[in-house]
Design a protein. Structure first.
Length: 298
C-alpha cells in the first residue's frame, strides 16, 4: 500500500511537471484569450464569467477545476485585456494560478479584419496537502520536500480574425520556470514548467437567417506529453441558443449546449464521455462542465 501511494504521488507530480500542465476547458471557444493572449478583447464585448468542471466523479480525489475570468475590449487603444483566476485540485495535489493577457490589435485593409499581437503573464502555485498522506507514508522521504512552490512565467501569441475566419498561434510558459518540490531518489521528475504550443482556428458559416455553423479545431503540443487535437462544430441560433459536438483524439466525445438570457447572461453546459481507459471505472467515467457569463453591455 505504501508503494502504491508513493507511486500515486509521483505520478500526480510528474503529470503536472512533465506533461500537459495547463488547465483545460471543453468549451474552449468561449475562452480564446486563455489559450492565446492575442485574442483578448477580439469579440468587442466586455464580459465576466465563471466555470466549474468535475471529472471522473466515481474516482476518489477526482479532478475539479474552478475558474473566474474577464475579457475586455479597449477600442480607443486598439487593445484588449484578459484575466483568469483558477484552482485545479486532484487528490492531494492542487494548482492555483493567475493569468493576465494583453493584446494590441492592428486593423487591416478589410474593415472587419484585425491582427492581434499578444503577451501574457502567469503565476502558478503547485501544492501537495501532506496531511492527506502522512498516515500512510509516515516519515518517507517523499514528504521531506516543500509543501508548495510558486513559479512565474510568460507567453506570447498572434491571432487573426475577419469576422468569419479566425486563427491563432500561441506559446505558453516560455521561461520554463523551475517547480522542484522534492528530490526522490530513483526518479526523474524533470520539475519545471514546459512550453506549450497551441494552434486554433474556426470559421463562421451562415446557413440561414441568424443561423450559423461554426466548425473549429485546436491542436496543442507540450514536451513529454502526447499532442492533443480537439475537433468541434457549433450551431448558433440568433446568438441566443447554441449546440455543439466535439471530439478529442483517443480521449472523449463532448456534447454541449447553451443559451443567452436578455442578451446579457450566458449559460453553458458540456458532458464529456471518455473513451479510454473506460475499463478502469464502471461508472462516473465522464466530465461535467458548467459556465456562467455576464456581458456588461448588450
Amino acid at each position: 500500500m505504501r508503494r502504491l501511494i508513493i507511486s500515486t504521488v509521483i505520478l500526480l507530480y510528474t503529470c503536472t511537471a512533465a506533461a500537459q500542465q495547463l488547465h483545460f476547458t471543453s468549451q474552449y471557444l468561449l475562452h480564446n484569450s486563455m489559450y492565446n493572449p492575442a485574442a483578448a478583447g477580439m469579440t468587442g464585448k466586455n464580459s465576466l464569467g465563471m466555470s466549474y468542471r468535475n471529472q471522473w466523479s466515481s474516482f476518489p480525489g477526482n479532478p475539479k477545476t474552478f475558474m473566474l475570468y474577464g475579457d475586455f475590449a479597449l477600442p480607443k487603444m486598439n487593445a484588449g485585456l484578459g484575466a483568469y483566476l483558477y484552482r485545479d485540485v486532484t487528490g492531494p495535489t492542487s494548482r492555483t494560478g493567475v493569468q493576465m493577457a494583453y493584446s494590441y490589435q492592428v486593423k487591416l485593409n478589410d474593415d472587419k479584419a484585425r491582427l492581434g499581437l499578444g503577451l501574457e503573464f502567469r503565476v502558478l502555485q503547485f501544492a501537495i496537502d501532506k496531511g492527506k498522506l502522512t498516515d500512510a507514508l509516515a516519515n518517507d522521504p517523499v514528504l521531506s520536500g516543500a509543501s508548495n512552490k510558486i513559479a512565474p512565467d510568460a507567453g506570447a501569441g498572434i491571432y487573426y480574425t475577419n469576422g468569419k475566419l479566425s486563427a491563432g498561434l500561441a506559446v505558453s510558459q516560455l521561461i520554463e520556470s523551475k517547480l522542484t518540490l522534492a528530490n526522490v531518489s530513483g526518479t526523474d521528475l524533470r520539475a519545471k514548467l514546459y512550453r506549450h504550443y497551441n494552434f486554433s482556428a474556426s470559421y463562421q458559416w451562415q446557413t440561414g437567417e441568424n443561423i450559423y455553423l461554426i466548425p473549429n479545431f485546436m491542436y496543442r503540443v507540450a514536451e513529454h506529453a502526447p499532442a492533443e487535437l480537439d475537433l468541434g462544430c457549433k450551431l448558433d441560433y440568433q446568438q441566443k441558443l447554441w449546440f455543439a459536438l466535439a471530439y478529442r483524439n483517443k480521449q472523449f466525445w463532448s456534447v454541449q449546449a447553451g443559451l443567452s438570457i436578455m442578451n446579457r447572461v450566458g449559460l453553458g453546459y458540456s458532458y464529456d464521455y471518455y473513451l479510454t481507459p473506460s475499463t478502469l471505472e464502471n461508472g462516473g467515467f465522464s466530465a461535467h462542465e458548467f459556465s456562467l457569463r455576464f456581458d456588461l453591455k448588450k
